[in-house]
Write a protein that binds this ligand. Structure first.
Ligand SMILES: [Ca+2]
Ligand SMILES: [Ca+2]
Length: 300
């Protein structure tokens, strides 16, 4: 038999171990004890195995989770990279669009400048057209005036006899077109002002009144108490108020000349060098007679 305590061989009939003194148990009890110890050992192994398996499983789970996480991280990283590339592409597109927008703005600015220039040109053209229209109207008036003058001269010529044709030509060539404004600067001679019909009996014939601008049916055109002829000979304005703007220097500069009223009905006046007054030559026939009479006066 073996001592349970010191494992030495002891006799079967002893109650305690002669070597260590430990009490000797019965065989059955020893077997139970060994069985219990063995069971406890197996239990320990089982626990260790379970713990090992559990830890291994846990480690495997961690590894797998980690691998899945890494896969997801890789996928997310890939997605981020793709997103970053798309962002870069978008940024580039935006940059290009901004460049195009800037260019478009520049072109719009250029077009606006061109539109502004075109509008200025249109304005200038419109003004030019207005000026051209005005000039055309003025030229047309001049042409009409010349046509009327020509018609007047033609009538003038028809009214003259053949014998007086040369005198008429001389009169036309010598005649200087003069405005009423300048006529007012020269005194009027009391010579043949009343020749012909005198409707209002003021001493001025109707044709003379037409040349002077007074009313042939009213002896006192401006109603100031003095009849038209009195005012004219005294150097006053029979139509308005005040005196006529007489200018002897102007009369002297035109002395000996025949002046034609371009503002009226083309009546002719002669400025006599002797008295610096203008003599009414009137209608063509009268003009020739008046010139002949004036020549006689000068010869005396
Ligand atoms: Ca009269
Ligand atoms: Ca008067």
């Amino acid at each position: 038999m073996v001592c349970f305590n010191c494992k030495s061989q002891i006799p079967d009939n002893v109650t305690s171990c002669p070597n260590c003194g430990a009490p000797v148990m019965y065989q059955t009890q020893v077997k139970k004890e060994v069985k219990l110890r063995r069971w406890q050992r197996w239990m320990l192994y089982a626990v260790i195995a379970v713990v090992f398996i559990g830890m291994t499983a846990y480690a495997v789970k961690i590894y797998l989770d980690n691998a899945a996480l890494m896969t997801r991280v890789a996928a997310v990283t890939q997605n981020l990279e793709t997103a970053r590339q798309e962002l870069d592409t978008t940024k580039k597109t935006l940059s290009d669009s901004q460049g195009q927008l800037s260019q478009s703005k520049s072109e719009i600015s250029q077009y606006q400048g061109q539109i502004s220039d075109a509008q200025n040109q249109i304005t200038q053209l419109t003004e030019g057209q207005k000026a051209l229209t005005q000039k055309t109207e003025e030229y047309q008036k001049t042409i009409n005036t010349q046509a009327q003058s020509l018609q007047g001269y033609q009538q003038f010529r028809n009214d003259l006899g053949v014998d007086n044709a040369n005198v008429f030509n001389t009169l036309v060539q010598l005649g200087i077109g003069t405005s009423n404004k300048d006529f007012y600067k020269i005194k009027i001679a009391d010579y043949n002002l009343g020749n012909g019909t005198d409707t209002d009996k003021d001493g001025l014939s109707d044709t003379v009144e037409a040349a002077l601008g007074t009313n042939p049916a009213k002896a006192d055109t401006n109603g100031n108490g003095y009849n038209d002829k009195m005012e004219i000979l005294a150097g006053y304005n029979p139509v308005g108020t005040g005196k006529s703007p007489l200018d002897e220097n102007f009369a002297r500069a035109n002395s000996g000349k025949i002046l034609i009223q371009i503002d009226g009905k083309k009546e002719a006046w002669y400025v006599n060098p002797k008295d610096l007054k203008r003599y009414y030559l009137g209608r063509p026939g009268d003009a020739v007679k008046a010139l002949q009479a004036l020549q006689n006066i000068s010869a005396q």
